[in-house]
Design a protein around this ligand. Structure first.
Ligand code: SUG
Length: 446
């Protein structure tokens, strides 16, 4: 059977949280990031929370992988801004004169792998290869530094270009792209799927949000769809409701989540909601199972605070669906009620809810779905993945021990300039490249 005609299984690749995870308030429009600015972070706990989610999903019978962290602080960013001297002098000068630049250079924001790339499986593309387009992340300055490293990592994890083509981030005026967080693949069964791209602003900027920036443009979504080699007939574009962006919904995955033919969404998710849903249903030959959540059930504010829609919606081996929620969901009464109703109803395949403590990431606006990149793979595609980046109990244990050995318990602003921390991060990453069998991954190793 040629590649692209095997059934696909969704693999989730989560990024490992980095040792410099901190709260710097770098993302205007992201309510959690803004409100936790300056809080003390707990990098070890953050990384262990992420790893625990990965293990649980693997134990549920799902395909789980991990992506290595990027090197931080990014000293090249500081050098490009004019700081010089050896590494210690560089850190000290940046801390004294431009703490905001040091914060940008130190962010662990690459951990939200849903913003790493947009992916189309082999079964959907013109040339029957998986295509991935690295997100350019141009809107937030601290995230602009991610794409080259993301590209390098994805090429190492998916080295077989005859199966998986990794495309560099798109460039150009007005092309701002935040990856899979604004893209959903929907499908009925094993058939090829349709690709639902949600953008924040189109050609007419006056139709976009007024308070916060729209992170995804229509032009960018179109350019990504072209590179993915998804046929026109399988593309649907919709605009996010600008009022939702202005209420803190900075990505579509904060207000809607889909899996196979199910779409769970808030009634304020999209502009022209009815026609968007009708179009999705038509493209799925009438198989769409829409699950609207009204504002009277869960307000926009409760949706943003609980991150209900940032749950992962996954299909378990028995065919039932499970929502992987953050602990803020059952702690929000309206959301807890909604979840109870959802699993007890027979009009949808969601039968289970599993709750995870991801508070360290959540405080920066990153829930379960933000932490992972969905990569639907057929069997030959799965066999082509760099094996140490796929979950195994043994390597999981080694990663946990590695985090416990190297990650600081706490981080405050002043720690970001500590040269001993820098050395410890490099030692940690050096050790990680042995565990993941990726020699020379980081610039300091080359
Ligand atoms: O881009 N937060 C990230 C959160 C990304 C969430 N991803 C998805 N929704 N898929 C962002 O706003 C905060 C960093 C800080 O403030 O320190 C941050 O970058």
């Amino acid at each position: 059977m040629p590649s692209g005609t095997h059934p696909v299984r969704e693999a989730n690749f989560d990024s490992i949280v980095g040792p410099t995870h901190n709260y710097a308030g770098l993302s205007p429009g992201n309510v959690a990031s803004a409100s936790n600015q300056g809080e003390i972070s707990r990098p070890r706990e953050a990384a262990l929370q992420g790893l625990a989610k990965m293990r649980s999903l693997a134990e549920l019978g799902l395909v789980q992988g991990w992506l290595p962290p990027h090197e931080r602080p990014d000293l090249d960013l500081l050098r490009a801004e004019g700081f010089g001297g050896d590494d210690s002098a560089l850190l000290a000068a940046a801390a004294a004169n431009a703490p905001h630049l040091l914060a940008r250079a130190s962010s662990s924001s690459f951990m939200w792998a849903a913003n790493a790339a947009t992916v189309a499986p082999a079964v959907d593309t013109d040339d029957h290869r998986v295509h991935m387009v690295v997100a350019n992340l141009q809107t937030m300055p601290h995230r602009r530094i991610e794409p080259p490293t993301t590209e390098r990592i994805l090429r190492r994890v998916f080295p077989d270009q005859s199966r998986v083509q990794v495309h560099a981030a798109i460039r150009g005026d007005g092309l701002t792209d935040e990856g899979a967080a604004n893209h959903t693949r929907l499908a009925s069964g094993d058939d090829s799927g349709i690709h639902f791209f949600v953008y924040g602003v189109g050609e007419d900027a006056s139709q976009g949000p007024q308070r916060f920036v729209a992170r995804q443009t229509l032009a960018a979504s179109r350019a990504v769809a072209d590179l993915l080699q998804v046929p026109e007939s399988r593309r649907v574009f919709a605009q996010q409701n600008p009022a939702a962006i202005d209420a803190g919904v900075f990505h579509n995955d904060v207000i809607a989540v889909g899996n196979l033919n199910v779409l769970l969404y808030h009634e304020s998710a999209f502009l022209n909601q009815e026609s968007v849903l009708a179009e999705l249903d038509r493209r799925l030959d009438g198989a769409l199972i829409p699950i609207p959540v009204t504002a009277s059930e869960v307000s926009l504010d409760e949706a943003v605070r609980s991150y209900l829609f940032n749950s992962q919606l996954v299909t378990l081996p028995d065919g039932s669906m499970c929502l992987i929620c953050p602990s803020e969901c059952p702690e929000t009464p309206a959301v807890a009620d909604l979840l109870d109703r959802l699993v007890s109803r027979s009009d949808n395949p969601i039968e289970h809810v599993k709750v995870f403590d991801l508070r360290q990431s959540m405080r920066n606006g990153g829930g379960p779905a933000c932490l992972r990149l969905r990569i639907p793979l057929d069997e030959p595609g799965l066999n082509s993945v760099h094996p140490p980046c796929l979950y195994s109990p043994d390597r999981y244990d080694r990663l946990v021990q590695w985090v416990e050995r190297w990650y600081p318990d706490e981080t405050t602003d002043s720690d970001l300039a500590d040269p001993q921390r820098l050395q410890s991060v490099r030692d940690a990453l050096d050790a990680l490249t042995s565990i993941l069998e990726m020699p020379g991954l980081y610039a300091f190793q080359r």
